[in-house]
Design a protein around this ligand. Structure first.
Ligand code: SF4
Ligand code: SF4
Length: 161
């Protein structure tokens, strides 16, 4: 799988080892972002970086796994129940007579929200490569005419499957 290097500038301590080992000069840029057009994916920079600031990421991700409709149905049902539980926890939090109960209910609501998002992602709805996301992005300009159509088109092209 072809990969290229990405630098996390928050971790970078600027000791510049990557610049010396990079055979193409891709790591040596004004804005600290590794030049993808020059990067040949050799990984030398990532291996030399003492801060773990460079990661090698795939150029293209594998196609989304096709889910069994029965699995999607169960995931949908579970995520809907998590949404109800989140709402209930928030309602209890709002009426809570004590700070500790309030914080407990908020924590439960937050946890339900995370589970909900995970379940929906598993069902394929939130993966950028999914058909649902593509359909949604294509429909957005009709629903919200003010959105920049050209940017949406670029996003769709970048997310191309
Ligand atoms: S080797 Fe790592 S820490 Fe050093 S400049 Fe390169 S990315 Fe930054
Ligand atoms: S992976 Fe290789 S070519 Fe790409 S930036 Fe790192 S050292 Fe340079």
């Amino acid at each position: 799988m072809k990969k290229y290097a990405v630098r996390n500038i928050r971790l970078c301590t600027k000791d510049c080892l990557c610049l010396f080992v990079c055979p193409t000069g891709a790591a040596d840029t004004e804005n600290s972002i590794i030049d993808r057009t020059k990067c040949i994916g050799c990984g030398a920079c990532a291996e030399s970086c003492p801060s773990g600031a460079i990661s090698m990421v795939p150029l293209a991700y594998p196609a989304q796994q096709v889910k069994d409709p029965a699995v999607i149905t169960v995931l949908d049902r579970l995520s809907a129940s998590k949404a109800v539980q989140e709402k209930m926890a928030l309602q209890i939090a709002e009426q809570s007579p004590s700070d500790s109960l309030y914080r407990l209910m908020k924590a439960i609501a937050g946890s339900e929200r995370l589970l909900e998002a995970d379940l929906l992602r598993e069902a394929g709805y939130m993966l950028p490569q999914s058909e649902e996301v593509h359909t949604l992005l294509k429909q957005l300009p009709e629903e919200y005419p003010g959105l920049p159509k050209e940017i949406l088109k670029q996003l769709l092209d970048l997310l191309g499957r």
